[in-house]
Design a protein. Structure first.
Length: 357
């Protein structure tokens, strides 16, 4: 009879799936992309809190010594798993082992509990081996890791062949307040041809004053708030745009501000290699072409355009663009292209006059 495994973190679920071991999976978390029973839930799931509201909720729960997560103990009892994968990296992002063990100790049959505590990129790869080995399929991990290594080697080879300079970048893990990136993300950045001097390799991300970001002046800024996709992150871009000196940042001037799906960075799964490939494109777009698989995983905030009527250069934004404040009377014509602020204003005025006439 096959082992029954429960994953108490999306990263382990993702790795189990990527290694083709989904048959062992019998229970997952509410955040996992899986149709398996949801054993781990959150008190705040389903709510659309802002990043500042989430920060306050997290701070309060930590002060009170409470977890934001809980386990469906009845369901866990029914599953009666042989092995449970937990994590000890961040009690904010996922349920921690100490909280999980309170429910696990109540089980009639005690499973093997395997905490995963990655700090670096290599630790994440080692976790895949640990998971596969616990399921009796160690060779599955080595097979997948060999393919991933070829992909990362290809990126490094391309950077060398093109003598690509290191880009001064920042990957932002939270918007309000601003957090730098930590743990394995700085390693992803280095393998993609960048350096983030505000990051904390192997350690926790911390609140980073905006003034430090301004002084650092990143050439590329990647906004990937933990747990957010690009659409969720875009809703709060105004928090950054309102900051003093935002328009003076090199990344803004270079049209090199991006939203990115946090799952490719903050979730320590094997999809971190996808994240490295995406970073390589964002850091060096003239060397690495955009990939179709990242269409819904990445969005460039600003793009430079020329007015289709007068030829004047102007900036378009993929979130809260200036044109959204204009009266919605001009249908977009993809063949003609966009108009600059002055030409759009004149076109709208003519449209209104002709309509009245």
């Amino acid at each position: 009879m096959a082992l029954k495994a429960c994953s108490f973190l999306p990263a382990a679920t993702s790795m189990i799936q990527q290694m083709g071991l989904d048959e062992f999976l019998c229970g997952v978390t509410f955040e996992c992309h899986s149709d398996k029973p949801k054993v781990v839930r959150s008190y705040i799931e389903g709510n659309n809190y802002t990043s500042l509201e989430i920060e306050k909720i997290v701070s309060e729960s930590k002060q009170m010594g409470k977890s934001l997560y809980y386990i469906d103990e009845e369901l866990l009892q029914q599953i009666a798993p042989d092995v449970i994968f937990t994590q000890d990296v961040c009690d904010v992002c996922q349920i921690g082992t100490s909280f999980a063990e309170r429910a696990i100790h109540k089980l009639k049959k005690q499973p093997l509990v395997i905490p995963l505590t990655p700090r670096s990129l290599n630790d994440v790869y080692d976790n895949a081996i640990t998971i596969a080995k616990a399921l009796g399929k160690e060779e599955a991990a080595y097979k997948v890791l060999a393919v991933l290594k070829k992909r990362t080697d290809s990126i490094l080879d391309t950077l060398r062949k093109n003598n690509a300079p290191l880009k001064r970048v920042m990957v932002m893990e939270w918007i309000e307040p601003i957090y730098n990136c930590g743990h394995w993300i700085p390693y992803q950045i280095s393998q993609a041809g960048g350096v983030d001097m505000l990051s904390n390799p192997g350690g926790y991300s911390i609140i980073t004053p905006w003034e430090r970001v301004r002084q650092y002046n990143p050439e590329v800024l990647v906004v990937a708030p933990c747990g957010f996709d690009i659409h969720r992150a875009a809703k709060e871009i105004d928090k950054l745009q309102q900051l003093d000196g935002w328009n003076d940042i090199a990344a803004v001037k270079n049209f090199a501000v991006y939203f990115a799906d946090a799952d490719l960075f903050t979730c320590p799964s094997l999809h971190l290699v996808d994240g490295i490939e995406l970073l390589a494109y964002m850091f060096h777009p003239t060397i690495f072409p955009p990939q179709e698989k990242f269409r819904d995983k990445c969005k460039q905030l600003y793009t430079g355009k020329n007015c289709s009527k007068c030829g004047t250069g102007f900036t378009c934004s993929s979130a809260n663009c200036w044109c959204s404040d204009m009266p919605n009377v001009m249908p977009m014509n993809p063949e003609e292209g966009c108009l600059c602020p002055d030409c759009l204003k004149k076109a709208i005025e003519l449209k209104v006059v002709s309509h009245k006439g």
